[in-house]
Design a binder for this molecule. Structure first.
Ligand SMILES: *Cc1c(COP(=O)(O)O)cnc(C)c1O
Length: 219
């Protein structure tokens, strides 16, 4: 199968999952995760009409996306990997959405950069729904307090919540927990679901799914 066929297949499966969950068509946005793939592999996906992409490293993204963005109208780039505060300026300059706001230090660095650069970057708080020690993210029971701090003290608009469930667990309960937290915090968007579980995530209310290998192939 070509990358165009795989993209089409993922789009069809998203539409079917939306229909199964009585959701309006197009309410789950596909974020095509292009990490580790170079510009040459990404261009056919752009040509096939995809405009929303996810990357997990700032430096890697700086090597390919300025050029790809310059070539194409309407590309929206999401940072879905951990952010160090010394990379906050670069991230704010390049990304349209940062999904991995996961601690106060990074929230403060982003607030400063967004003010200085005057860029309208949309932000998500990453929640560690499985309380995994090796994984980034705010603990579920601290999410409301952290979102309030970002909004009230730092003046950041938090648009959504994001999670990566533990690899070896049924993801459903994690998606349900993220949806419940979003409701409690008054947050509209839910970034959840990857190649292995995006249809389940849509059934639990995902407004965007981050799909890499099902489109680009194995990394
Ligand atoms: C790599 C990655 C994805 C995509 O994973 P696939 O299993 O290849 O679809 C999604 N979210 C995050 C945070 C990632 O790092």
């Amino acid at each position: 199968m070509t990358v165009e066929h795989r993209l089409e297949d993922v789009r069809t499966r998203i539409a079917q999952a939306e229909a199964r969950s009585q959701r309006e068509a197009g309410t789950a946005t596909l974020v095509a995760v292009s990490k580790t793939f170079d510009a040459e592999h990404i261009r056919p996906v752009i040509s096939a009409g995809q405009r929303v992409f996810g990357e997990n490293r700032v430096q890697e993204s700086q090597g390919k996306w300025p050029e790809l963005k310059a070539e194409t109208q309407g590309v929206e780039l999401h940072l879905i990997g951990p952010l160090q505060s010394n990379k906050a300026a670069d991230a704010v300059a390049l990304f349209d959405v940062i999904e991995t706001v996961d601690r106060e230090k990074i929230a403060r660095a982003l607030a400063t950069e967004i003010r200085q650069q005057g860029r309208n970057v949309r932000l998500y708080v990453q929640v560690n729904t499985g309380l995994e020690p090796q994984k980034a993210g705010i603990a579920p029971d601290e999410t409301a307090r952290f979102v309030a701090l970002c909004r009230e003290e730092l003046g950041l608009e938090i648009e959504g919540l994001m999670c990566i469930p533990p690899a070896d667990e049924n993801p459903g309960p994690h998606f349900a927990l993220l949806a419940k937290l979003a409701k409690e915090c008054g947050v509209e968007k839910l970034s959840m679901g990857m190649s292995g579980d995006f249809e389940t995530a849509i059934e639990f209310g995902a407004t965007s799914v981050r799909v890499g290998s099902a489109i680009f192939g194995t990394r």
